[in-house]
Design a protein around this ligand. Structure first.
Ligand code: A3D
Length: 320
């Protein structure tokens, strides 16, 4: 049986890390696509040359021709520009919307059966636009943000409690922006919900509030430190987790920017929600109950995403 084919659209910081991780995990053969002359070919060759030492079997190639992604099983999209200090994710909208148009058309023509994971920011609006431009089924197009935001939340919680990150579960709802909703009630240490851990004296409400805020600002914290771009190791790892769930039909329960039509009281929009990812792409949206305060925060986040989608429609009249 032939190996799966993984197309990485964008061979920058995240794209290169994705290629390396996909190779190390032997998820399939990798095609790196980028418009920058020589970049995808150079990274592909460099990673291929790590194969003899690592001992992986995966073909690596680089291209600037969409024909080379033909028949891809998975496409992970990072094409576009990333934030610099002082920029919000929303500042990227105008430039990255044009990029989504060319990427969406390229995928539609050459890899219409792929499971597509968008990472380009501002995430929720870009995954919506990418779906519109590509015309692929909604369940086969989603965005990576929730896995990363939840991983940040889990990391900070594990540090606070001095326990293994493996025993901390958490998830973050809503749009991938300042209004995201780290869910305290549905996050646990080995099944013990965070509010119970406050009662048990493991932490305080103030400390937990600070961790929630640090999670919301997690991307900006790294942009501020790096100064030349945004995070890429953890974003790439998060998208690989989603790709693996699809390729191996793992039916993982992962938060991602999915098309929500009916659940959470929403009528057809992309936003971060818990989902089940398997061979059918986004197979289910997990329609959890929110309390009043969570619902208000989620609604605020939804409104922020709708504003960005409207801005996209204002820029490109083909989007309705
Ligand atoms: P970067 O290292 O700049 O790579 C982007 C690549 O896209 C560059 O190599 C460009 O040459 C390439 N590119 C630009 N236009 C096109 C095009 N039309 N077709 C193909 N390739 C093109 O950025 P990065 O890898 O650090 O980040 C990529 C994107 O991910 C940015 O928009 C970031 O804001 C976003 N990002 C999202 C998250 C989420 O959690 C959602 C986290 C971190 C970064």
């Amino acid at each position: 049986m032939a190996r799966p084919k993984i197309a990485l659209i964008g061979a920058g910081n995240i794209g290169g890390t994705l290629a390396h991780l996909a190779a190390l995990k032997e998820l399939g053969d990798v095609v790196l696509f980028d418009i920058a002359d020589g970049l995808p070919q150079g990274k592909a060759l460099d990673i291929a040359e790590s194969g003899p030492s690592e001992g992986f079997d995966a073909a690596m190639s680089g291209t600037s021709d969409y024909a080379d992604i033909a028949g891809a099983d998975v496409c992970i999209v990072t094409a576009g520009v990333a934030r610099k200090p002082g920029m919000s994710r929303d500042d990227l909208l105008g430039i990255n919307l044009k990029v989504m148009k060319s990427v969406g058309e390229g995928i539609a023509e050459h890899a219409p059966n792929a499971f597509v994971i968008c990472i380009t920011n501002p995430l929720d609006a870009m995954v919506w636009a990418l779906r519109e431009f590509s015309g692929l089924p909604h369940n086969m197009v989603c965005g990576m943000a929730g896995v990363l935001d939840s991983a940040r939340f889990r990391h900070f919680l594990a540090e606070e409690f001095d326990v293994s990150m493996r025993d901390v579960t958490a998830f973050v709802l809503g749009g991938h922006g300042d209004t995201m909703v780290p869910s305290v009630r549905y996050s646990t240490v080995a099944g013990i919900p965070l509010p119970d851990l406050i009662e048990m004296g493991w932490t305080t409400q103030d400390k937990l509030d600070a961790i929630v805020q640090r999670t919301r600002d997690g991307g900006a914290e790294i942009v501020g430190l790096l100064k030349t771009g945004s995070a890429y190791y953890a974003p790439a790892t998060s998208a690989i987790e989603m790709a693996e769930a699809f390729l191996k039909d793992q039916k993982r329960v992962l938060p991602c920017a999915a098309y929500v039509d009916g659940a959470f009281g929403l009528n057809g929009m992309y936003v971060g929600v818990p989902t089940v990812i398997g061979a059918g792409g986004v197979e289910r949206v997990v329609n959890i109950k929110l309390n009043k305060q969570e619902q208000e925060m989620f609604d605020t986040s939804v409104e922020a995403v709708k504003g960005l989608v409207d801005a996209c429609k204002g820029i490109d009249s083909s989007l309705t």
